[in-house]
Design a protein. Structure first.
Length: 202
């Protein structure tokens, strides 16, 4: 197990607010993979997180993979706690919440990759803007950071879109409504970019 003393106090104070989203064993795994993700500068994979946390020779990699595949936790619950942190610490008190929703392609290969398909890829180079992988509809909150020259979007919720299933705009509306219900009266609009359209929020 990753000793608590290896986690900076500032990061530990942020992670503890997620404690209610997990069981005790799952929270320990969450803490380890999060630290590994922050510390890892190259391989942003599950095994790469273990390497970043210094646990690649201490834990079996299956423990980290089970966290994402089988452990009992809800991605929306974690995302809403993250949204609470963003609103409380990075937005002025009483400021409106601007939610941006966009679809993005995460390129993957292999026959066993769940939900992978051919998708339009606006970032692709060449005459055919397509790519193979997972298409995620992501909702983020716009914030102004003192060390950035322009606003940035911090992702908080996501949905895996699959062809011939729930549409991207339906996913966008669903996530905006979840955030708006969490912060009633503060979420004013959602900017849905690329193939999606601008929609008014609650």
């Amino acid at each position: 197990m990753l000793p608590d003393v290896t986690i900076p106090a500032s990061l530990a104070g942020l992670l503890v607010v997620f404690r209610r989203c997990f069981t005790a064993p799952t929270y320990r795994t969450f803490t380890a993979v999060t630290v590994g993700l922050v510390a890892q500068t190259r391989r942003r994979t599950v095994c790469g997180m273990l390497t970043g946390a210094g646990l690649e020779r201490v834990w079996q990699h299956a423990r980290a993979h089970r966290f994402f595949a089988d452990a009992r936790w809800c991605a929306d619950a974690v995302g809403l706690v993250l949204a609470d942190l963003v609103v409380a610490r990075l937005l002025p008190a009483g400021a409106p919440i601007t939610v941006v929703v966009d679809d993005t392609l995460f390129k993957r290969s292999g026959r066993k990759v769940f939900g992978a398909a051919w998708h339009h890829d606006g970032a692709a180079k060449g005459p055919k803007p397509i790519g193979f992988g997972n298409c995620w509809v992501i909702a983020g909150i716009i914030v102004d950071l003192p060390f950035c020259s322009r606003p940035v979007c911090l992702p908080v919720l996501a949905r895996l879109w699959r062809p011939r299933r729930t549409g991207k705009i339906a996913f966008a509306r669903e996530m905006v409504e979840v955030i708006a219900a969490r912060h009633p009266g503060a979420c004013q609009m959602v900017c849905v970019q690329d193939q999606l359209e601008l929609k008014e929020c609650m």
